[in-house]
Design a protein around this ligand. Structure first.
Ligand code: XUL
Ligand code: CO
Length: 435
């Protein structure tokens, strides 16, 4: 029986581009086939439990604004009510997936054994609801940044007892993710970094983090978890500096600790912006290294410099992100997780639904634009043309020669390269035809 939280809101339907209904999809049509695949199977949308159901609306200057019947979230009865409402929302939106941190779904009891017991109980409860609804788990993760025990880091904490607590916590979360058939397991190390170098042994912390991640991979294989292990880059916030700064930093880290074939990346739009990159830069970096896993879709306020986790609403940005994803062959285990929250003044249940409807629609629109660009082939043709010189035997053989041989050829052939236009504006104008 419905809880009544979403009142009269009915299942959201695709009504086409001309619809004026604010609670209808204008672009997201799950069964529409794009480049040979259903839109739903391309996008693989997920709701983030933390922003939609656990977050209470606080900011650094004020407390909760979102009054929900399952707040405060300190007992199992309310944790179950929260799960009931979550599944009602998945159904209204037709969201195929969801994601959680342990701390989002169970109350914090203060010690490991009690947290483990409530995590097992709530994931059994959620598992039953998944059976009925068909909604799936995109990924689970451990919140090792909110409770005060994590203030100096989890695997990078100077106190080995915190390392131990972190290891046991991640074990419990991988077990729960495995039990629920999760398709990935994510590690985002919000406090794996430092506040000041004055009290930080960076080399030791990086080694501990590398060993920790290896233990995660070893455990995954031990229990037969088939999902992907993903790390999520972010440069700062809450830490002044986070070790998983951006995609390139993570890739270097994974190679150093021998994890390049075992771990991929979960990339977030807002984190890319905080790192001084575009989202497509982060995606293209991961793709170039074969390490694209999944995405956290949202957007940042370009003025504030904070991780504002807003719902996406910029088609050109989203289209370029999906362009790189589609070019790489699309998601395998990954998907599009809305790591996005409504504003703290958006206090109605309807706001929560409308935010996801808009986010899903923008992603669908971006996906369609990306597919149209790929099918048209304009960018690919320009790229081929720009690098065409490298298809000659002479150019290729240069890569296996050396500086002295190349120099001899430059002298013998009087090589004197003539600059060519990069055609940036022409290409930007081209993209604008599709978005
Ligand atoms: C924080 C963030 C997290 C991770 C999961 O900025 O993005 O929600 O996605 O821990
Ligand atoms: Co995220």
């Amino acid at each position: 029986m419905a809880s009544g939280f979403f009142q009269e809101i009915e299942k959201i339907r695709y009504e086409g581009e001309d619809s004026k209904n604010p609670l209808a999809f204008r672009h997201y049509n799950p069964d529409e086939v794009i480049m040979g695949k259903r839109m739903e199977d391309h996008l693989r949308f997920a709701v983030a439990w933390w922003h939609s159901f656990a977050w209470e609306g606080g900011d650094p200057f004020g407390g909760p604004t979102l009054e929900r019947p399952w707040h405060p979230q300190d007992d199992m009865g309310r944790a179950k009510m929260k799960a009931d409402i979550a599944f009602e929302m998945f159904d209204i939106l037709g969201q195929p997936y969801f994601c959680w941190h342990d701390a989002d779904i169970r109350p914090e009891q203060g010690n490991y054994a009690d947290n483990l017991r409530t995590l097992e109980e709530i994931t059994d409860y959620i598992g039953e609801k998944m059976q009925v609804s068909g909604t799936k788990l995109l990924w689970g993760t451990a919140n090792m940044f909110s409770h005060r025990r994590w203030m100096g880091g989890a695997s990078t904490n100077p106190d080995p007892d915190v390392f131990a607590f972190a290891a046991a916590t991640v074990k419990s979360c991988i077990d729960a993710t495995h039990k629920l058939g999760g398709e990935n397991y994510v590690l985002w190390g919000g406090r794996e970094g430092y506040e000041t170098l004055l009290n930080t042994d960076m080399g030791a912390e990086l080694d501990h983090m590398g060993r920790f991640l290896n233990m995660v991979v070893e455990y995954k294989h031990k229990i037969g978890f088939k999902g992907a292990i993903l790390v999520e880059p972010k440069p700062q916030e809450p830490s002044k500096h986070q070790y998983d700064y951006d995609a390139a930093t993570c890739i270097g880290f994974l190679r150093k600790y021998g994890l390049e074939d075992e771990v991929k990346l979960n990339l977030e739009q807002g984190h890319a912006i905080l790192a001084g990159h575009s989202f497509e830069h982060e995606i293209a970096t991961a793709v170039a290294e074969g390490m694209l896993g999944s995405i956290d879709m949202n957007r940042n306020d370009y003025q504030s410099g904070w991780d504002t986790d807003q719902f996406p609403n910029n088609t050109p940005e989203v289209a370029l992100a999906y362009y790189h994803i589609l070019k790489a062959g699309g998601f395998t285990t990954g998907g599009t997780n809305f790591d996005a929250k409504i504003r703290r003044q958006s206090i109605d249940a309807e706001d929560l639904i409308a935010a996801h409807v808009g986010g899903m629609d923008i992603c669908a629109r971006g996906l369609k634009a990306a597919a149209a660009m790929i099918e048209d082939g304009g960018l690919e043709a320009a790229l081929e043309d720009r690098y065409a010189g490298w298809s000659s035997d002479t150019a290729q053989s240069m890569l296996s020669s050396g500086l002295d041989e190349i120099t001899a050829r430059v002298l013998a052939e009087d090589i004197n390269p003539q600059p060519r236009s990069g055609q940036q504006e022409i290409l930007e104008n081209y993209v604008n035809r599709f978005v």
